[in-house]
Write a protein that binds this ligand. Structure first.
Ligand code: FEO
Length: 170
């Protein structure tokens, strides 16, 4: 059975993952309104991935005899000004999520909760990828500046992204 402290911390993280979904689909809407359909597609896949993260915590908490308590989700930003500003915000958000995952891991280590440590290690590894992906797109957007042709090439590439939930690590 999971401790009350970890249960509360995981519930807070479920809220943050659902907020992440909200933030990314808000970016999806902004990109779609600006006719950047590939970027919008990328954000759609990212939103689905965040929902998957939330449910991974959700299912774990239930399996461990904990209680899921959903909280209100904050209103996300709706006007992102430019693709670079949107992805810079995405990167900063992922850095914030990484910090929260690390804080959760600190609690699990302190409590010697090995099952939670196993779950959280998956998220530690996932965050390395989440930050690297956003960082790469930020770097490329900085590189192209206001070159519209290059922007449309990135848009076309991001349009290929499909989210497929992992099956072996659940
Ligand atoms: Fe759920 Fe993007 O971290």
């Amino acid at each position: 059975m999971i401790s009350k402290k970890l249960q509360d911390a995981i519930n807070a993280q479920i809220n943050r993952e659902l907020y992440s979904e909200y933030l990314y689909i808000s970016m999806q809407a902004w990109f779609a309104n600006n006719n950047l359909d590939g970027f919008a597609n990328w954000m759609d896949a990212q939103g689905k991935e965040e929902r998957f993260h939330a449910m991974k915590f959700f299912n774990f908490l239930i399996e461990r005899g904990g209680k899921v308590e959903l909280k209100a989700i904050d209103k996300p930003v709706v006007d992102f000004k430019s693709p670079l500003k949107a992805f810079t915000m995405a990167l900063e958000h992922e850095q914030f999520i990484t910090k929260n995952i690390n804080d959760l891991m600190d609690i699990a280590i302190k409590e010697k909760d090995h099952a939670s440590r196993g779950l959280l290690q998956w998220f530690v590894d996932e965050q390395v990828e989440e930050e690297a992906t956003a960082d790469k797109i930020v770097s490329r957007l900085k590189m192209i500046g206001d070159n519209a042709h290059a922007l449309f090439m990135i848009d076309s590439e991001l349009g290929q992204r499909v989210f497929t939930p992992p099956t072996t690590t659940e």
